[in-house]
Design a protein around this ligand. Structure first.
Ligand code: FAD
Length: 380
């Protein structure tokens, strides 16, 4: 058993940390204020193989493993969850189905430019009346000659307002619940595809999140991912499973940043004649947070390692997301408490991490859904 990161992983961490601090951190305040993703980051990161570190070098990726991707996600989230979330949607949700199940032509046209940061991708599964119960989506794709005609509405879609293409889940056969779903690549500018609303969020404000509408939207049949009708639900499930591991690192990055700024604040803030870090109540909270972060990080790496080793992680993937996202809530609450009234002021950064991290028990499968899956995979 080896708990050390590999030499490659360590070098990668240094490089991505340096990039995040130098190139991303200065953009955060403006992005948060304007609710706009700094789009120049896509090509900048793509050129260095940072955007999609796990895809093969031949496709423009970093040639790394799942742990490499986790390191990237942790370092980006340490700086800003919104920017990280937008980039994660590209490296995970929007490109993985094409990488795993797409045709050579789809890889050439959509995957490689996305890895290079020349195209921005989005992933459209959730609908106004179908969130946790994804199999109840209403979007339909009906075959008509060499095309499919798509009708439906998607909601809460990360990168929706800025995407060049979206991978959309739609029923080709609505009589087969779950089984009759397929994924389609729909390009921006396709008649019938619109983004009528950019959504205003409590946190993760540098992600641009949208509502997507498809009205008699005709896409070439070759834009369907996979070579037969049906089977899209399995493609979605494998994409989400991989994302649940990465989500552990999203939580770790946010938690580590909140912890570091709280330790600093507690050393500086003086009450009753001494820095508040000297009060046992503060020290115990911080000691518990440090312990939780270590366990969250170590467990995430373990399951990332299992994933790389080709082991079944259908139970452990949801465990990572559940454990990390739930414990993050306690961490953020304690960090806010240690900051006192100043923490609640917009001028102190802890409020942003607190608002951003609140999302993590909700998106990419709520904590309740992770518990349901863990129970099912445990055989009860
Ligand atoms: C900022 C943001 C970005 C997002 N990005 C994307 C994206 O890029 N692409 C995409 O497709 N989706 C995206 N989503 C959607 C996200 O995945 C869903 O919000 C999430 O899956 C939950 O669905 P819902 O919001 O409809 O909640 P609901 O499913 O309505 O759930 C409401 C509550 O009921 C609980 N609940 C539901 N069913 C059960 C059950 N069987 N047992 C116990 N409790 C249950 C839930 O846990 C939750 O607490 C995003 C969401 C947000 C907020």
């Amino acid at each position: 058993m080896d708990f050390e990161l590999s030499e490659e992983n360590r070098i990668f961490r240094e490089a991505i940390r340096d990039f995040a601090q130098k190139e991303i951190a200065p953009l955060v305040d403006e992005a948060e204020e304007k609710n706009e993703f700094p789009r120049q980051l896509f090509p900048m990161m793509g050129a260095q193989g940072f955007l999609c570190p796990r895809y093969p070098v031949e496709l423009g990726g970093g040639g790394g493993d799942k742990i490499t991707e986790c390191i990237m996600v942790e370092e980006l989230n340490y700086v800003n969850a919104g920017i990280a979330g937008s980039l994660m949607a590209q490296s995970g949700l929007a490109t993985q189905p094409i990488y795993n199940y797409g045709s050579d032509e789809q890889k050439e046209k959509f995957l490689i430019p996305a890895i290079q940061g020349k195209k921005i991708g989005a992933f459209g599964l959730t609908e106004p009346n179908a969130g946790s119960d994804a199999a109840s989506i209403k979007t339909r794709a009906v075959r008509d000659g060499d095309s499919y005609v798509i009708n439906g509405t998607k909601i809460f879609i990360t990168n929706g307002p800025i995407c060049d293409y979206v991978v959309v889940a739609a029923y080709t056969d609505p009589t087969k619940r779950g089984e009759g779903i397929n994924l389609f690549i729909v390009e921006k500018g396709t008649p019938g595809f619109t983004v009528p609303r950019k959504l205003d969020k409590v946190g993760n404000r540098s992600i641009e999140t949208g509502e997507l509408v498809f009205e008699d939207c005709r896409v070439p049949a070759k834009n369907m991912i996979g070579d037969k009708e049906g089977g899209g639900f399995a493609q979605i499930a494998s994409t989400l499973l991989s994302g649940r591991i990465t989500y552990g690192s999203r939580c770790v990055g946010n938690a580590q940043a909140a912890y570091d700024m709280t330790v600093k604040y507690a050393k500086e803030r003086v009450q009753f004649g001494k820095p508040i870090i000297q009060f046992q109540a503060t020290r115990f909270k911080l000691a518990e947070i440090a312990t939780l972060i270590d366990v969250m990080r170590t467990y995430t790496y373990r399951v990332a390692w299992m994933h790389d080793a080709g082991k079944n992680v259908k139970r452990e993937g949801p465990m990572v997301k559940l454990f990390c996202a739930e414990n993050l809530q306690k961490i953020l609450s304690d960090c806010m408490q240690i900051h006192g009234g100043y923490g609640y002021m917009m001028e102190y950064p802890i409020q942003r991490f607190w608002r951003d991290g609140r999302l993590f028990t909700i998106t990419e499968g709520t904590s309740e859904i992770q518990r349901l899956v863990i129970a099912r995979e445990s055989g009860y």
